[in-house]
Structures are given as C-alpha cells and as structure tokens.
Design a protein around this ligand. Structure first.
Ligand code: ADP
Ligand code: ADP
Ligand code: ZN
Length: 214
C-alpha cells in the first residue's frame, strides 16, 4: 500500500504517518526527517537544505525529488510506504507519478489531514521533536512519559527553530501557495481521502484506518 500524507505544517501528518507505518508494517518516509538528519551530519545536502528550512521556504525540487525516488526504490519499500512531507509542490507530485508509472505502480491513497490555520500556530509552538529518531510530541496533547525526553530513544526533545511563530506563519503561506494545489491534483487522480485533523489523535487514526481498510 502506497500512501501519501497531505496537510498544513503541524496538521498531524507525521503523528499519523508513524501510526500507519506501525499498523500496516510499511516504512515511514519523511523528507523533513531526511533533511534534518543531513543537517545533523553536516552533509552538503544538509547545508543547502538548512538555508531554505530556516526561512520557512521549501527546499528546491531538484534537491528533493531524486532523493525520494531513490528512497522508495529501496527493498524495504517494495510492499509500500507512507510518504510524509512529500510531495509538496505540483512538480514533485508529477515527478512521483512518473517515477511510479515507469514501474507500473501508483499511489493508492492521498490522506489530507485538515486543520484550520487558526489551530496551527499553537500546535507548532507546543510541538517538541526528537532530532535523533524523528518522534514528535506536544506539551499538552501528546506528552512524553518523562518531560523533555523521547519515549522511543531517550534523547532530549527540542523546539525546532522553524516551529517558532514567525517562521510558522511563513510556512503556512508557502503551504497555501505551493502545497494546497495538490489536494485537487490527487482528487483528480481519484485517490484523495479527507480526515478532520482537529479531533483527538486516536480518533483521527480511526478515521484513517476506515479509509485504508483493516
Ligand atoms: P512540517 O510537516 O511540520 O511542515 P517537515 O518536517 O515536513 O515539517 O518539513 C520541514 C521543512 O523541511 C519544510 O519547511 C521544508 O523547508 C523542508 N521540506 C520537507 N519536505 C520537503 C519537500 N517535499 N519539498 C521541499 N522542502 C521540504
Ligand atoms: P506535521 O507532521 O503535519 O507537521 P505533527 O504530526 O508533527 O505534524 O504534529 C504537530 C504537533 O501537533 C505535534 O506537537 C503533535 O504532537 C501535535 N498533534 C498531532 N496531531 C494532533 C491532534 N490530533 N490533536 C492535537 N495535537 C496533535
Ligand atoms: Zn527519539
């Protein structure tokens, strides 16, 4: 099963993608996590990506598309995957569609997690991220067992620089201009499913499993 997650920054794509990956035993592929790992390791890609991410802008398609096509060609992705944070532009979606088409494959579901802009800034300022394993928490809605420490790997949690309100506003503008058109793109492709992302995390997940099937 090949699934992509759509939605504004902070809508809950990563949170739900992890649950989908666990439930359906497919890899969770997050471009944001891949870029952050590259930044942490000081790679060339990381240096380039950081300059865009810090400003709340998208990393250029040239740096993003090949990376994802390469990742979904790995053996562990043969049975499917959940893509989180990709595609984010129409050219990225087209690159993905074409890469899949060349192998006789397609995306099965594009799950759009809907959350109004008003809710996003508070969600993001409460988000705490583990840069070691990619897990995310929220200081009110999804707390770790031990404050400030990742349940999964025991590392320290941080407020991402790009989750500060000024940058979040910019990211929302970028979302509306460049990513929102993907909703129509996947609707036309006949694979769009929408869920109300303002509900409790587990209720959102129940709605998603109804769409994806047991
Ligand atoms: P969120 O889901 O909270 O928006 P992500 O971790 O998905 O955060 O992305 C963080 C940043 O990484 C984005 O603001 C953007 O700069 C960059 N990024 C991630 N995925 C992509 C992508 N597919 N195309 C371009 N930039 C991306
Ligand atoms: P995205 O990947 O779309 O940027 P995340 O999954 O990282 O979003 O979620 C953003 C923040 O909101 C995190 O702090 C997360 O714990 C929290 N969150 C996710 N889903 C919900 C929900 N349904 N209700 C309340 N908070 C949520
Ligand atoms: Zn962790």
């Amino acid at each position: 099963m090949r699934v992509i997650m759509l939605g504004a920054p902070g809508a809950g794509k990563g949170t739900q993608a992890k649950k989908i990956a666990d439930q359906y035993q497919i890899p969770h592929i997050s471009t944001g996590d891949i870029f952050r790992a590259n930044i942490k390791n000081g790679t060339e890609l990381g240096k380039k990506a950081k300059s865009y991410m810090d400003q709340g802008l998208l990393v250029p398609d040239e740096l993003t598309c090949d990376l994802v096509v390469d990742r979904i060609s790995q053996p562990d992705a043969a049975k499917g995957y959940v893509l989180d944070g990709f595609p984010r532009t129409i050219p990225q979606a087209e690159a993905l569609t074409n890469a899949l088409l060349a192998r006789g494959e397609k995306i099965d579901y594009a799950v759009n997690v809907e959350v109004p802009d008003e809710n996003i800034v508070s969600r993001m300022s409460g988000r705490r991220a583990c840069l070691a394993c990619g897990a995310t928490y929220h200081i009110v809605y999804n707390t770790p067992v031990k404050e400030g420490i990742c349940d999964v790997c025991g590392k320290e949690l941080v407020l991402r620089d790009d989750d500060k309100p000024e940058t979040v506003k910019k990211r929302l503008d970028v979302y509306h201009a460049q990513t929102q058109p993907l909703i129509e793109y996947y609707q036309k492709a006949g694979v769009l499913a929408e869920v109300d992302g303002t509900q409790d995390i587990n209720v959102v997940f129940e709605d998603i499993t109804k769409i994806l099937g047991a």
